[in-house]
Write a protein that binds this ligand. Sequence first.
Ligand code: PEP
Length: 260
Amino acid sequence: MDARQPLVGGNWKMNTGPEEALELARAIIDALDADWAQRCDVCLFPPFPWLSHIGREASDSPVLVGGQDVSDKISGAYTGQVSASMLLNSGCTMTLVGHSERRHGLGESDSLLNAKVRQAIAEGLQVMLCVGEQLAEREAGHSEEVVAQQVAAGLEGVLKEDLSRISLAYEPVWAIGTGRNASPEDAQAMHRRIRADLEKQYDAPSASGVRIVYGGSVKPSNADDIFAQPDVDGGLIGGASLDAEAFLAIIQAAASSSAS
Ligand code: PEP
């Protein structure tokens, strides 16, 4: 199996003011240990209005910056949308697609999310595609099929040679912002299933190179156990990413998992 460098993303959602955002980014950039940064990729996902400032702040550092969403359109009369080229021009190298607060909260469909994925990679961004089952689907025993369908639909038409631009975030919806995380074993089982499906859709070497991160109430206290799982390649962090100290501790846990 190829060694996968862990990836930790900080999804700030619709939080922080301009100065707070800059201070938070600076605190993370300044305190990021060079050794951890070599063993773990770190990407901040601030709100759109702060992207250029944070992009400039991070430009001479190992910290990456990404958009929380991207349009499926190139440009034009799409009020309120942000294109991939705008993200690139703001210093982003990555974007989230399909976070549950958009997929479920705003009703974004699999076909729209697939169009966003394809547009973003066509323009040169890396994509973190978010997938995950809702509580009722889990309780009905349908988690695996729901997630498998979201992955297949989200990646439809994505070529094997573009798979290196994709990472996946498995985020059970019932675990996001609730303080209730999936057990490390449950996360591993789902990540293993996702990778097995990628093997079928592409091939084993390609699937083994795709980073699958876990998201849902990751904190410094549970990060070590979750990241120790062989198919968990880091995390997408919401609440704890707004606290530099907690976020850095989570990065350290991911960096240490790659050393073990
Ligand atoms: C998220 O928003 O992607 C997330 C995982 O949030 P939290 O860490 O707060 O559960």
